[in-house]
Every structure is written in structure tokens, then in C-alpha cells.
Design a protein around this ligand. Structure first.
Ligand code: ADP
Ligand code: MG
Length: 243
């Protein structure tokens, strides 16, 4: 359903993604782990052209966008099929919580304001933040802000949700509520590609673990295969360091 082929990204002389091939089934939860500086964020960002890949293609359903031939229309179409949850929430500081959710629906999806508002209020109930609809992000805890970040992505009903270390900017006290919300998203069989350092959570939620190092997928498999029986020396070293 989703297929990344030969995805390659360079920053100057440095090859950050070196021909990534990855297929994701509909409803699958794939967790990417690996050392920092390895290209995990760049991989997610290339999928919706927040970073422009130099080579390779991205296929989501019947849409295929090839790096060398990507035009504005193709890029917008990819963005409509994906939703991104950022490490630092990336909420609009000058918009209320509700407006943060309606914005994408109105601007990217072209929904009328009234329909977007209904959808936002449904999402706010779902994420337990109805009473903060009129608040500005700065009045919320980190955990609440990230729940809005996830709610905003949920509202888009995208084919693929991308999570880039959604809990790593949070104080430890807020991590649990964000992981709980992600578990609930996973229960809806939403297709998810998640970068996280929360290994216990990864083991529990993932259908498949992808271990990346230095711009390559080194190995992938079930949580049991990767965590309990890693084959590659680099995977073993990484897991030894983080556990
Ligand atoms: P990870 O998410 O695995 O920590 P990143 O994808 O953020 O890794 O970064 C991979 C490499 O690409 C790093 O060496 C980083 O410094 C470099 N990099 C990332 N973004 C940029 C950028 N916009 N310009 C130049 N180099 C970048
Ligand atoms: Mg990163």
C-alpha cells in the first residue's frame, strides 16, 4: 500500500539516506529505531517532501511521486495523504487549540469552516481536551500540547501518520499520556510510521521494527526478532546501549 523505493537524500557532501526501500501494509504499525544522526527524521520528512529527496520514489495507494519529477501538484497530493506529528509539537502559537486542528482541514483539505469546527470538536472530545478548545498552546502542558499535535494529525484522516520522536521533548511526567493516545490511534488500525526511543512502547505497539544506521536499513523484523534476537552487530550494539 505504501512503498518507498531507493529513497536517497544528500545534504551537501553527506549522504543521509542511501537508497531506502521500505513497504508498509495498510494498517501496519512500523517503528524506526537507530542512533541519532542516522537519518530517521530525514526519512520521515522525505516522505512528504518537508525534505526533498534527491532520488527514489514514494508510493501511497494509487499515487506515486518520483523525486526527480516531483511537481507541486504531486507534492501537495502526498501531503494530503500523510499527517505528521513533530517532536516539538509545531503548534501555531497564535491560534487556539481548536484552530490548530481546523487549520489543516480548511487550508489543506478545503473544508468549510463549520465542518472543520465540528470535526475539531469531535477530536477534542476524543483526546480529552474539549475544555481547552479556546486556550492557546502556551497555556497547555507539554503533554497536552502534543495531544493536540496528535489530534491535529488524527483529524486529517490520512493514509499514513508519521511520528518523529513525539515524546522526546516532553518532561517524563507527560510521556505516558502521549503514548496512551498513540496506543488508541493504533487500535483504529491507522497506518503508522513512528520514530521513537521508547523501546518498551515500540515492542508493544509495532508490527515491525526497522533498525537504521548511517542512512541504511540494517535489519527489520518483528519486535521479538529485533529485540530478542538481533542479527547484525550494529543492531546488537545499539540495543545494548539503549537498554
Ligand atoms: P536522526 O533523526 O536519525 O537523528 P536526522 O535525519 O535528523 O537523523 O539527520 C541525519 C543527518 O543529516 C545528520 O548528520 C544531520 O546533521 C544531517 N541533517 C539533517 N537535516 C539537515 C539539514 N537541513 N541540513 C544539513 N544537514 C542536515
Ligand atoms: Mg531525528
Amino acid at each position: 500500500m505504501i512503498r518507498l523505493s531507493s529513497l536517497t537524500k544528500r545534504f551537501g557532501e553527506q549522504t543521509v539516506l542511501d537508497g531506502i526501500d521500505l513497504s508498509i501494509e495498510e494498517g501496519e504499525r512500523v517503528v524506526v529505531i537507530g542512533p541519532s544522526g542516522t537519518g530517521k527524521s530525514t526519512l520521515l520528512r522525505c516522505i512528504n517532501f518537508l525534505d526533498r529527496p534527491d532520488h527514489g520514489s514514494i508510493k501511497i495507494g494509487d499515487l506515486t511521486v518520483t523525486a526527480e519529477r516531483a511537481n507541486r501538484r504531486g507534492i501537495l497530493a502526498l501531503r494530503r495523504r500523510t499527517a505528521f506529528v513533530f517532536q516539538n509539537y509545531s503548534l501555531f502559537a497564535n491560534r487556539t487549540v481548536r484552530e490548530n486542528i481546523t487549520e489543516g482541514l480548511i487550508v489543506v483539505r478545503g473544508w468549510p469552516a463549520s465542518k472543520a469546527r465540528e470535526r475539531a470538536d469531535e477530536i477534542l472530545r476524543d483526546i480529552g481536551l474539549s475544555d481547552r478548545a479556546e486556550a492557546y498552546p502556551s497555556a497547555l502542558s507539554g503533554g497536552q500540547q502534543q495531544r493536540v499535535g496528535i489530534g491535529r494529525a488524527m483529524a486529517l484522516d490520512a493514509d499514513l501518520m508519521l511520528f518523529d520522536e513525539p515524546t522526546s521533548a516532553l518532561d517524563p511526567e507527560w510521556v505516558g499520556e502521549v503514548l496512551d493516545l498513540m496506543r488508541r490511534v493504533a487500535e483504529t488500525r491507522q497506518t503508522m510510521l513512528i520514530v521513537t526511543h521508547e523501546m518498551q512502547f515500540a515492542r508493544e505497539i509495532a508490527d515491525r521494527i526497522v533498525f537504521m544506521d548511517a542512512g541504511h536499513i540494517v535489519e527489520m523484523g518483528s519486535p521479538a526478532a529485533i529485540f530478542d534476537d538481533p542479527k547484525d552487530r550494529r543492531t546488537k550494539n545499539f540495543l545494548r546501549r539503549v537498554s
